[in-house]
Design a protein around this ligand. Structure first.
Ligand code: FMN
Length: 392
């Protein structure tokens, strides 16, 4: 395993040296970047001696190799121990003003941060917001623990134990190439069914789940096509994005771009109906009640099920009642290999926050993926899908 280890400027920087030694003893190749502040706590010499490799401290030292790009291209995983409040804030804002922040911004490999700081710094709303934003972008954070802090007080902010950090690293490295060579197509977001040039019927989907899955599948080495509906959320880097607006456009895009993939995951919230008539001009306001006739859209998922071939086809069921019974019926009727169920009462499950999923397959296969942020759920769902693919 090739690890890019970032060390930022906190008291726990000394613990990064012990971790480096453990990694080297386990056979990992470790390249170390120290921030300027980190060098106030520990010297490059310590890491150079432990790794028997050069240690990197500046964006400007070896311009012939553009260090922030080649370091992340050569690594399997990027890990920061400790991650300061400052580093976390810079990453959340996309600031890249030194070697470590530039390398992390350029990384298309799993990125793991182990924060350590005073408990008040960690508790502060802005740090918590930054942590959430980074998780939503696919960073893994190894939460700090409660314990004795440098200020001789107890609180949450102590660096996670080496075992927890190494566990996260090994999980990330294992995931890294698990979908190499596979073609994965994911549908995401809402549809818009227009009844005049400015008005449409839509739903509360934001595409966050499909975007998180696309990012995770790309991290695992898959070649990913993301069919993405109208959303303000950004598609992840390194995936092929095909935009759609209406269910009919998604239907065409799915037939052209998803059929034949090794895995299709259909998370898009597709409208079952569309207005029977779409007027070319904006409809004028009137005191009369508006009666609209709707007609059925073609069923994208059922069509993918009919043309499934060797594809592993996963659907999503957003239900408000009797969830698993409805989902099992959909699993059978649409010829799916598995279905993820989520409860969308009161718009739960929509947006970039947390969700809770259960995966169903076969006659009675069932796995609870638990409640978590969408990046974590995407990793758990892909783990479960890969396991099912190995079994089938
Ligand atoms: C003695 C001392 C200890 C510090 N410990 C921490 C710490 O544990 N966690 C943290 O987030 N910041 C800590 N800081 C503040 C950071 O060093 C400071 O925010 C710095 O700008 C971080 O830069 P970097 O993120 O580029 O490494 C400490 C500062 C001092 C002077």
């Amino acid at each position: 395993m090739k690890v890019l280890l970032g060390v930022s400027g906190g008291i726990a920087a000394y613990k990064a040296a012990a971790l480096t030694s453990t990694l080297v003893q386990r056979g990992a190749t470790v390249d170390v970047i120290l921030t300027a502040a980190a060098q106030r706590f520990i010297t490059p010499l310590t890491f150079a001696s432990l790794t028997a490799r050069p240690v990197y401290t500046s964006l400007w030292d070896a311009p012939e190799r553009i260090p922030h790009i080649h370091l992340v291209r050569e690594a399997d995983v990027a890990l920061v121990v400790p991650a300061t409040a400052n580093l976390i804030a810079k990453l959340a804002a996309g600031i890249a003003d030194d070697l470590l922040t530039s390398a992390l911004l350029a990384a298309r490999i799993p990125r793991i941060l182990a924060p350590a700081m005073n408990d008040a710094m960690y508790d502060d709303g802005v740090t918590q917001e930054n942590v959430r934003a980074l998780r939503a972008r696919g960073y893994e954070l190894v939460d700090p623990e409660r314990g004795f802090l440098a200020e001789r007080e107890r609180g949450i902010g102590r660096l996670a134990s080496p075992e927890r950090i190494l566990d996260a690293l090994e999980r990330a490295a294992g995931r890294r190439r698990s979908l190499l060579g596979k073609r994965v197509a994911i549908t995401a977001g809402p549809t818009r069914e227009a009844f005049d040039p400015v008005r449409f019927v839509s739903n509360a989907s934001t595409g966050a789940t499909g975007i998180a899955l696309a990012r995770e599948a790309a991290l695992r080495g898959a070649s990913v096509t993301l069919l993405l509906g109208p959303t303000l959320l950004d598609a992840p880097a390194g995936v092929d994005v095909v935009r759609f607006s209406s269910a009919a456009e998604l239907y065409d895009a799915a037939l052209q771009r998803a059929v034949g993939a090794d895995v299709i995951i259909a998370t898009a919230a597709v409208s079952d109906w569309r207005p029977a008539e779409r007027s070319e001009a904006k409809r004028k306001k009137s005191a009369e009640p508006l009666t609209e006739q709707f007609e059925a859209n073609a069923d994208v998922l059922a069509t993918l099920g009919e043309r499934k071939g060797a594809t592993f086809l996963v659907g999503f069921a957003a239900e408000t009642e009797d969830h698993e019974r409805h989902a099992r019926a959909k699993l059978r009727e649409k010829n799916l290999d598995a279905i993820a169920v989520n409860d969308v009462r009161g718009e739960r499950g929509f947006g970039p926050g947390e969700n809770e999923l259960v995966l169903l397959w076969g006659r009675d296969g069932r796995r609870e993926l638990g409640r978590a942020d969408k990046a974590t759920l995407a990793a758990r769902l892909l783990d479960a899908i890969e396991e099912r693919m190995r079994c089938s």
